[in-house]
Ligand binder design. Structure first.
Ligand code: NAD
Length: 295
């Protein structure tokens, strides 16, 4: 794989489960990476996670030890967005909250060079609307990675109304240089993958809420009955219940169809701070091995 000439340095804003995966993939492909997060200690924790995950890839023979060391050397901490001046592409991957994302773009735009591409990893929010709040709607695009980014092959590319052909072409070649395959999605709420996947997860939570099945029964039924590699509740914990809820809210508001009503039980889990794997508890409790269903 060869990196693009016009993109040498990639900035990643938000070093959570997706941001660290995106930084991982970009650094392994040969890009210099700047990693930012607003939370205390989050960048260091992300770098530890990336190193741990790359070690696993070395152990499985997917990459060489030298590749890992070179890639880790390309990742730099960027505690402030002011450090993003050298970025040719910035990928925003902070929490799924429109106001938070808009504030990041407002802070980032004046720092970036005039030709830099501004991308977002949003799972559901309108690319056109986010782009319109920036100084570069023509250089703004949705680059939606799947979780976990180092493993999953697909990236959805989503053009806003104003995204230029040049921005699309460069982003397409950039994503391909990461060894990923793209699917083009139009800019409608939750795009393709999450438009189909997250309502299915929400329905699984309704199935639990109405007592049709237990956590274990629902997951087992979908694994063995529909041949899904993971049950929907296990998958919801993996995605993050806050992210699942945010996507349902975007679908509900954006498409104004009651079939997208978020399940009250999903809301309750998020209100409890039981967000899934990332907070050690969701539909399963991950502090035990194997994880224990919480209902
Ligand atoms: P996460 O909760 O693991 O990480 C979010 C990170 O953003 C946290 O580390 C938080 O500290 C940081 N953050 C919050 N406000 C910030 C700010 N103002 N500046 C910088 N950092 C800030 O969430 P995640 O799962 O990594 O999701 C991130 C984005 O990726 C969301 O838009 C989500 O919809 C999208 N996404 C998620 C998945 C998934 O399966 N979880 C898949 C594809 C895309």
């Amino acid at each position: 794989m060869t990196i693009l000439n016009e993109i040498r340095t990639v900035g990643v804003v938000g070093a959570g489960q997706m941001g660290n995966g995106i930084a991982h993939v970009c650094a392994l492909a040969g890009y210099d990476v700047l990693l930012n997060d607003a939370a205390e200690g989050a960048i260091d924790q992300a770098i530890e996670t990336i190193e741990h995950n790359m070690h696993r890839q070395v152990g499985r023979g997917f990459i060489k030890d030298d590749d890992m060391r070179a890639a880790m050397g390309r990742i730099k901490r960027a505690p402030s967005l002011k450090d993003f001046g050298a970025c040719d592409m910035a990928i925003e991957s902070a929490i799924e909250n429109e106001d938070v994302k808009k504030k990041i773009f407002a802070d980032l735009s004046p720092v970036l060079g005039a030709n830099a591409i501004l991308a977002t990893n949003t799972s559901s929010i309108s690319i056109t609307r986010l782009a319109a709040t920036t100084d570069r709607p023509d250089k703004f695009i949705g680059v939606h990675f799947m979780n976990p980014a180092p493993v999953m092959k697909l990236v959805e590319l989503v053009r806003g109304l104003a995204t230029s052909q040049d921005t699309y072409n460069t982003s397409l070649r950039f994503v391909e240089s990461l060894g990923k395959t793209i699917a083009n999605a139009e800019d409608f709420p939750a795009f393709i993958v999450n438009r189909v996947l997250v309502p299915m997860i929400n329905e699984a939570v309704y199935t639990l809420y109405e007592g049709v099945g237990s956590v274990e029964a629902i997951d087992k039924a979908m694994r063995l009955g529909a041949n899904h590699p993971m049950g929907p509740l296990e998958l919801a914990d993996f995605i993050g219940l806050d992210t699942c809820l945010a996507i349902m809210q975007v679908l509900n508001e954006g498409l104004a169809d009651t079939k997208y009503r978020p399940c009250p039980l999903l809301v309750k889990y998020v209100e409890a701070g039981w967000l899934g794997r990332k907070s050690d508890r969701g539909f399963y409790d991950y502090r035990t091995d194997p994880p224990t269903p919480t209902r």
